[in-house]
Design a binder for this molecule. Sequence first.
Ligand code: SAH
Length: 565
Amino acid sequence: MIGLIAATSAGRSAAVELAGALGGCTLYQEDTVAASVARAWAECEQLVCFLATGATVRLIAPLLADKHGDPGVVCVDEARHFAVSLVGGHDGGANRLAERVAEALDAQPVLTTATDAVGLPGLDTLGLHVEGELAAVSRALLDGAPVRLVSDAVHPLPALPPNLTPDAPSEAPVVVISDRIDEAAGPATVTLRPRSLIVGVGASRGAPAEEVLGLVEAALADAGLSRHSVSYLATVDAKADEPGLLAAAAALGVDLVAHPAEALAAVAVPNPSPAPQAAVGTPSVAEAAALLGGGELLVPKRKSAPEGRAAMATVAVVRKSPRGRLALVGLGPGARDLLTPRAREELRRASVIVGLDQYVDQIRDLLRPGTRIEATGLGAEEERARSAVRLAEQGHAVALIGSGDAGVYAMASPALAEAGPDIDVVGVPGVTAALAASSLLGAPLGHDHVSISLSDLHTPWEVIERRVRAAAEADLVVTFYNPRSRGRDWQLPKALSLLAEHRRPDTPVGVAHAISRADEWHTVTTLAELDVTTVDMTTVVVVGNTASRTVAGRMVTPRGYRWQS
Ligand code: SAH
């Protein structure tokens, strides 16, 4: 919950407005502002104070404990010019909150944490457990000093600063990304723990939590592995509620994941045994549960060794390779304000951008320093898609970019035709040309509509023609993509003549060129009067249905429930 504190009527009205925009907010109105702050501090994850920073500092000073647990605090000035992230920038989420508040109140976010200010991801914002000398190493990174990267795998992280490299000199500070506890350290070292380990566990009924936890910890320690790299504990369905397993998982701060016995029985393991087969229906629990999704068995089945009685727990540890991440990001028709905030975030989440050079140029300034760019020229679609998938398979965080929506006559299909289940795929919708055109032209898509690409480079013309005829007969509004180029000039007139067989000559036709770019223009004309020579490859042509009308120069297709023909 976000606690709001205001002392003036302007502050209170800004608070009410903010609560409406963000949701999940409570306005605290105790007898004094100090009491409101104290109560909000105790009850909320984040605070927005419509107070001067000085007043806020004095009020929260006695409450501050540590930066990992304290609420994030944002201050907004009386005139709503600024949303200042005051404390808890990273862990408390105050930097993110300041940006959201600024957007809601049309203010300027003010972030002073060094890493955010210069566009580098803070080492403590990567979602990995952090150990070591964070402040010293972050300072070196910000100063642009060489910092050595020691990583045992490719991880799907955002772009790391260019001065963080494997070949920095040996006396440089070090960032280690590893699940191993003995990785080489430098004079100042930060270690980031990827969640790379799956710990399979088996237990007899009533196995004590200490026995399970002790076994897991001993297995990890003996193999030189960090407990902070454990992703989850895995077991068999029948043990999903076993208190000792649940308690061990809770102590490690992870989930207990249970799999059906049949699934475990199908996993090939080095140490099967008849006992679990009889008890729960699979010859292996610990090894099979750990190995279920593949990976490398680092610790084969091992039993607990309690004094004076039989072992009640087994464990096995598997390392999974990091799953790469492929984001399919539509950039919209061109203008920066038609790029969605989510697309912008994905561009900064990626360490590799794959796309046509003209699209890369469109968003280059948004990328984090150190982002690798794989730009290619026109025509290399398949190759581009393959290379994006290959990079994700290697473990990178990749953004494959395209104009409009990445799934509409674009790269998402060739990429996903290549992609297997071993990578994470994230689609980010973009404003496709048909929608951008529709808003310019009026409301042409108010009833059933279809998009047809007139490019016969990859689709035989007969197929295109059949679809145009069908759309004509079905009285659908049609948006033509790829309508006309220098080498393909007869297809558009042909398609329009097919539509004209079923529509009046005065059917409205909208033409939208270079939407949201410097040379944008659009016009609403008719089937009879359209001058096709004005149409090129950066144009879409929208042809109305038999009910479409031109009203005050705008194209309108009635929604149909009060049909007038
Ligand atoms: N993925 C894109 C479409 C790619 S096909 C999208 O969703 O918009 C390329 C065709 O899209 C162009 O030939 C043109 O018809 C249309 N197009 C793309 N951007 C455009 C823009 N800014 N203005 C007008 N048409 C555009």
